[in-house]
Design a protein around this ligand. Sequence first.
Ligand SMILES: N[C@@H](CCC(=O)N[C@@H](CS)C(=O)NCC(=O)O)C(=O)O
Length: 207
Amino acid sequence: MIVYGTGYSPYVRKVLVSLAEKGIAYEHRPVMFHAPDADFQAASPFGKIPAIEDDGFHLADSSAILWYLERKHPSPALVPADPQALGRAIWFDEFGDTELFGKLIVPFVERVLKPNMMKQATNEEAVTKALEKDLPPLFDYLEGEIAGPYLVGEAFSIADISVATSFYNFHLAEARIDAGRWPKLAAYIDATLGRPSFRAALEAKKG
Ligand SMILES: N[C@@H](CCC(=O)N[C@@H](CS)C(=O)NCC(=O)O)C(=O)O
């Protein structure tokens, strides 16, 4: 299997963590989105990352790829079977991909991407707004949802992968969860990013 997409991308990381959890071998090609690479373009119809090629089969979108991997390599399960647990896991996958990603990525875009890769000035006001206004309600929500090592049921799942993945970019931007205000969230994110699968994905090639 070939995985396309830079290791900086939280969405690419979801795929790399899932592959590591399931022990599936792969080749990583750390392209940027919209890269002028014919093989990548064949795998990703709109040039977004991640995308995969698996024995001639092409697929884009992190959630679609995670579900594909789940059906092809069911063990260990990353998608719960119980109906309510399944619903919650899909909810957290969506929440991580949309609400959380959109706000957590702001410090990374402003402090890392813009000055280093886009040759643009950092907008610290945007960072302050994310840290002080937009993120606290999401952190409050997660603090109330965390009741154990995993977000859903008794096992690590796509819920944990999708919620934790963008926090790595948040940390790269020197932003931190205030452990005094959100102790469960801070401990949960540290433990999740510390899993061997996440640690391997965090080392993935960036470009
Ligand atoms: N829903 C998609 C989102 C993928 C996505 O937006 N990736 C970003 C990079 S982190 C990208 O390719 N952006 C380029 C674009 O939106 O055109 C997924 O889960 O894979």
